[in-house]
Design a protein. Structure first.
Length: 301
């Protein structure tokens, strides 16, 4: 007698989702980094989340300057700088400038897993508070809650109401700007034709160039600093790139004054050895070192 068989459909697994991503979990015991859902699922730029995840995975003491991050990522300094500013505005990143006993100024960077959380003994005493973003979104955003075993629960969090009117800086008349600084900015297009500035942009950048000129930096050196290693493609206006370089580039050392002389060591003239006619440096003619050594050995023997 044959075994009884049922033609009923097999019961589907109720735990597996029918659409969307299916996670294959692996318990890690080493070489992993814990990120909050609020940071990993942050709305906005993916570069900002990637930079935050990379900084979180680095050990203490690792360099996280713009140059170091550009050496790791393929993005340029503009996008990396924008990501750092977004993390700083959200309260995840804090950059402090401290003066050393030698008079030099260094920048210390602190990265927080949760902005505004309770401080621990290993962290600085004062935790930064999230600053108001430069542009308030007009639509509501969602913040992710911690994930449980079955999935992720999202609770809507409404954004603060937008400001009634955005505050725009008053335009600066071009006639009031430093004419020498404006001339330096206008001459940049001779080096790179893409560096075309409007009158308002030149007037807005002129005070920063004027500070460099007042510090003793020449116009040629300023042009080299502003036009060196520019990206092949501009993602923002040229004025934005120039403003970033004027703000972030360290102030070059001014040239030495005309009356300043550096004492150099005295270089002895060449002499011809009286014994082997070999050239050697000495204040007066005579024998070279080898001939003097040979004469001493002969006299001793």
């Amino acid at each position: 007698m044959a075994d009884p068989q049922s033609n009923a459909r097999l019961r589907a697994d109720a735990g597996a989702p029918t659409s969307g991503v299916i996670h294959v979990r692996t318990r890690l015991t080493a070489d992993f980094t814990v990120l909050s859902n609020a940071l990993a699922q942050r709305r906005g730029s993916a570069i900002t989340v990637g930079v935050a995840a990379y900084i979180s995975s680095l050990p203490d003491g690792s360099p996280v300057s713009i140059a170091a991050l550009c050496g790791h990522f393929t993005e340029g300094e503009i996008l990396i700088s924008r990501a750092l500013r977004e993390l700083e505005d959200a309260g995840y990143l804090e950059r402090r400038r401290e003066r050393l006993s030698t008079g030099q100024i260094r920048t210390r960077t602190f990265f927080y897993d949760l902005p505004g959380g309770d401080p621990s003994p290993d962290e600085p005493p004062e935790r930064p508070k999230p600053r108001r973003p430069r542009e308030q979104p007009a639509v509501a955003t969602a913040m992710a809650a911690p994930a449980n075993v079955t999935g992720t629960v999202r609770e809507p969090v409404h954004a603060s109401p937008p400001r009634a009117e955005a505050e725009t800086p008053a335009p600066i008349p071009l006639a009031d700007a430093d004419p020498q600084a404006v001339a330096v900015l206008a001459a940049l297009r001779r080096v790179d034709p893409r560096l075309i500035l409007s009158g308002q942009e030149a007037a807005r950048l002129a005070p920063a160039v004027g500070q460099w000129l007042a510090a003793g930096v020449g116009a040629t050196q300023i042009t080299e600093l502003l036009t060196a290693r520019l990206p092949d493609r501009f993602l923002v206006r040229p004025a934005g790139i120039l403003a970033f370089r004027l703000r972030e580039t360290p102030l070059p050392a001014p040239p030495r004054p005309p009356g300043h002389f550096v004492e150099r060591p005295v270089v002895l003239p060449f002499q011809t050895c009286n014994g082997c006619e070999r050239a050697f440096r000495a204040p007066e003619p005579g024998h070279c070192r080898d001939c003097r050594s040979t004469n001493v050995l002969r006299a001793a023997g």
